[in-house]
Write a protein that binds this ligand. Structure first.
Ligand code: DX5
Ligand code: ZN
Length: 223
């Protein structure tokens, strides 16, 4: 089991005072800032963009966990301020050139990752295992915060972890993204996840500070 990491979904942060939230996330020991980039085509929503990435980059040293929910990412990677140490996830369903996208991400010094929507088989990453450092298992249909975990998710996480370990790819991180609540996070960890996207379900909560909710999540995922 790889060490557990928390990746804070900034689309769920207080965008009117993002610097305050980022300072709290830094103090809480968050490992990554999760950036949901949406184009209104691949998903029926618009969200964070390249200008937001540049602005956040100017106020923190935390690495980015960039989740590209855009069509044909291989044609658009240069639009984004991608740095060595970042993780960049492209959706398997978003391009006919998955391998080319991953190779371009690696050329930028970032960690390539494939995101799989709930209905997409884990077999789809079989022939790019040498080209990825992470797989993002979407627990919800991508595009919106606040959605409920698809029931098959835990089995899918378990099957993915088993596949990676049995094929000798135990070093590949397994991220789970969507509805990572305190209760779900525990089951997701036991199923084999090691990177957890904290959003409106478990990290940015109306009745708890970021410090408190991050500590509770960390206690659960570091079991
Ligand atoms: C959804 C995004 C997630 C989302 C997580 O498409 O990829 O990162 O913001 O937030 P919650 O916890 O609300 O599912
Ligand atoms: Zn995401």
């Amino acid at each position: 089991m790889l060490p557990a990491k928390l990746s804070a979904s900034l689309m769920c942060a207080n965008l009117l005072d993002i610097e305050k939230d980022i300072r709290e996330l830094e103090q809480a020991g968050i490992e990554y800032l999760h950036m949901d980039i949406m184009d209104g085509e691949f998903v029926p929503n618009l969200m964070l963009n390249n200008l937001f990435l540049k602005a956040v980059r100017s106020i923190t040293k935390l690495p980015f966990d960039i989740h590209l929910m855009i069509t044909n990412p291989e044609r658009k990677l240069d639009w984004f301020d991608i740095r060595p140490g970042d993780i960049v996830s492209i959706h398997y369903e978003s391009t006919s050139n998955v391998l080319g996208s991953l190779q371009l991400i690696e050329e930028k010094g970032a960690l390539p990752s494939v995101a799989l929507s709930p209905a997409t088989s884990i077999e789809s990453i079989h022939y790019v295992l040498d080209n990825i450092k992470m797989v993002n298992i979407m627990a919800v249909n991508p595009g919106f915060a606040g959605r409920k975990m698809v029931p098959m998710t835990l089995q899918k996480i378990q099957d993915t972890r088993n596949m990676l370990d049995s094929l000798g790819y135990g070093h590949i991180m397994l991220e789970v993204d969507g509805n990572v609540s305190l209760e779900n996070a525990s089951h997701m960890r036991h199923a084999g996840a090691d990177v957890f996207v904290g959003g409106s379900s478990g990290l940015f909560l109306s009745d708890k500070s970021i410090q408190v909710s991050a500590k509770k999540l960390k206690d659960v995922i570091n079991c």
